[in-house]
Design a protein around this ligand. Structure first.
Ligand code: ATP
Length: 421
């Protein structure tokens, strides 16, 4: 282990008044903490502080009393309120010096963009003495680790913008920190759809109770269940093998029939599966207003399996573009299994696809009735074995909830049609 350092615990201290007043969400803390957890570094506390040097000093001092390492984000910019570096240097009794490599990188960054570098940008190349510098490949402010050998403490400073922080953390900070830790942690998530959390937990209860390495923990999120498998050891590959063995064991249980992937999402699994089978998907959406199409096209490479869809909000569009009959709409209404079925068939034909998926329902908050309440959604699926529909009764937890749940069900139905299970 290098020098005096051993990093068993860390705290995250994010700087920014914008976070405190709710202007931005503190996604940096979530990102950093998940990476620390993977490394097996304990975290007992997190903090956010505004752009105020006195308070920053106070919170940093307390954090350093508790943890081996404090990771900070934000406040490394060129403006007057970016005071993180100065405050850390002052607290740790260091002076700042002009770091030549960072200055050269800054100069070439501005030159490459044909922008004049101002004097305050030079401030970003000032580094506390005794620091390890992390180059910023996606922006201007370098990151750094200020090491206090006497006390065995480290303060790591990272830029605020996530697109700068993420690569710096992954490519520089984690390799740097791994010098000071003994164990590695590897986690893998089993993705499950179509089975509730309590059912999953009861099936794997025995495994959960008796396994200590790897551990197995269930999580429920947005109508899905995940089993997070975490292995601890001294070697990454050995930990990954322990996880894989456990995943195999869980696949052999009743849960296995509802596993659609490992470390993936429904949409990623769907696009991959459709590619594998050479199938094309088409979507006809009413109550989700294009959310399913948006989710599918979030996956890079989805153009290979998805040519397009129709947002058929009005009955006129259901009739003219999708060929839903006027009689169907008159007799059964837009929110009915008959309409969902004709929408799915219509869009499959229109797009010359292999699988047509349709959604029509009542997302709320208005528009519900006793017969057709908010959350009632009909899902139509048209594939190689004909067309069928499913009635979904989604809990009325608000418009977003109904639409997201319906979207997930549509993706799941497409996965089933592509015979993933
Ligand atoms: P810059 O050099 O761009 O000024 P900086 O290191 O000084 O960066 P801040 O000025 O504190 O960082 O934040 C810049 C931007 O980064 C914020 O406007 C915000 O968009 C994003 N950001 C900062 N902190 C966080 C955070 N904790 N979580 C998510 N995004 C953040």
């Amino acid at each position: 282990m290098k020098n005096n350092f051993r990093v068993e615990s860390a705290e995250i201290l994010c700087v920014g008044t914008e976070i405190l007043i709710g202007d931005i969400v503190n996604t940096n803390a979530a990102y950093i903490s998940s990476r620390l957890a993977e490394m097996g570094i304990n975290q007992y506390h997190q903090e956010v502080v505004g752009d105020n040097p006195d308070r920053l000093r106070f919170y940093l001092k307390n954090a350093l009393d508790r943890a081996d390492c404090v990771i900070m984000s934000g406040g490394l910019g060129p403006t007057y309120d970016d005071l993180t570096k100065e405050t850390v240097a002052d607290l740790m009794g260091r002076s700042l010096y002009l770091h030549e490599r960072s200055l050269e990188r800054l100069e070439s960054y501005f030159k490459g963009r044909q922008i004049k570098m101002t004097d305050n940008n030079r401030k970003q190349a000032m580094i506390p003495e005794g620091s390890v510098v992390f180059d910023n490949d996606c922006g201007t402010a370098p990151g750094m680790a200020v090491e206090d050998e006497e006390k065995g403490k480290i303060v790591i400073l990272l830029p605020g913008p996530p697109r700068e922080l993420h690569p710096m953390l992954d490519n520089s900070v984690i390799p740097y920190l791994s010098q000071f830790t003994e164990s590695v942690f590897v986690s893998k998530n089993i993705n499950i759809f179509g089975m509730g959390e309590s059912t999953v937990a009861s099936i794997v209860d025995d495994i959960m109770q008796t396994s200590t390495n790897p551990t197995v923990a269930p999580y429920a999120k947005d109508s899905e269940v995940r089993l997070r498998i975490t292995a601890k050891g001294s070697d990454k590959d050995a930990c990954a093998s322990l996880c894989d063995e456990m995943i195999e064991r869980i696949r052999q249980t009743e849960v296995g029939r509802c596993i659609y992937g490992v470390d993936t999402s429904l949409e990623e699994a769907l696009v991959a599966r459709l590619k594998e089978k050479g199938l094309k998907l088409a979507l006809a959406e009413s109550c989700t207003g294009g959310m399913v199409a948006k989710t599918v096209t979030d996956v890079s490479g989805s153009s290979a399996v998805f040519d397009g869809g129709v947002v058929s909000y009005a009955n006129e569009v259901k009739k003219s573009l999708l060929g839903v009959s006027a009689d169907t709409l008159d007799c059964f209404g837009a929110v009915s299994e008959q309409t969902a079925s004709e929408m799915a068939e219509g869009v499959k034909k229109l797009m010359n696809a292999d699988i047509g998926i349709a959604l029509t329902g009542i997302a709320g908050p208005g528009g519900g009735s006793e017969e057709k309440p908010v959350g009632l959604v009909y899902l139509g699926v048209s594939g190689k074995n004909g067309t069928f529909t499913k009635e979904l009764r989604i809990r009325n937890n608000g418009r977003d909830y109904v639409r997201v749940s319906a979207t997930k069900q549509a993706l799941y139905a497409a996965l089933c049609e592509a015979e993933i299970f």
